[in-house]
Design a protein around this ligand. Structure first.
Ligand SMILES: Nc1ncnc2c1ncn2[C@@H]1O[C@H](COP(=O)(O)OP(=O)(O)OP(=O)(O)O)[C@@H](O)[C@H]1O
Length: 164
């Protein structure tokens, strides 16, 4: 009984730590906020599509992969800046490689996006919906503007502010 109590508290602590790490990425990384805004709008747009469960799964895995990779990239930047506060070729190369991993994921996420969302029938449904309810265009306009202001306006990469 006490074992499970300690097991659960350890699990709770590691979950809290993971959440703290993710919140740190959102607060300090502009790119992570851009990924979140993009994921929100892509999922909202998917309402016009008749995706199967497998297609939704692919969409969610793609979003998770890009954001997970961005979090690992941030971890590499934090480690490199923490252990090599001065310019160092190894730290620089590690950062380049981590950024390259994000780039690969983002490129293939864009390919998955085109494969899933390029659908003339869905474009027709969207056009029909917004022709019937033109005021509804205000919703994506407002959420996109608010999302971009949040993503770009909040403090950028705190790591960048360190003097190298
Ligand atoms: N300590 C360092 N030593 C050598 N080069 C560095 C160092 N820190 C950064 N660089 C170089 O500058 C680039 C940008 O580093 P920075 O820490 O600003 O990442 P970033 O622009 O925030 O990346 P991302 O957009 O992926 O979050 C690195 O990819 C690397 O080439």
């Amino acid at each position: 009984m006490s074992m499970s109590k300690y097991g659960f508290s350890a699990l709770g602590r590691s979950f809290t730590a993971a959440l703290r790490g993710f919140c740190h990425c959102v607060k300090t990384q502009r790119n992570m906020r851009i990924h979140l805004v993009a994921a929100f709008h892509v999922l909202a747009l998917s309402g016009f599509y008749r995706f199967s469960k497998a297609e939704y799964g692919l969409l969610l895995i793609t979003c998770a992969l890009v954001m997970g990779c961005e979090a690992v990239n941030t971890a590499v930047e934090v480690l490199a800046d923490g252990f090599c506060p001065r310019r160092d070729p190894t730290a620089g190369l590690a950062k380049d490689i981590a950024a390259g991993a994000v780039l690969v994921c983002a490129f293939f996420a864009a390919v998955v996006g085109v494969l899933l969302f390029w659908n003339l029938a869905a474009f027709g449904r969207m056009a029909g919906f917004f022709a019937r309810y033109p005021w509804a265009l205000l919703v994506p306009a407002a959420t996109l503007t608010a999302g971009l202001v949040w993503a770009m306006g909040a403090p950028g990469n705190s790591i960048k502010k360190r003097k190298l």
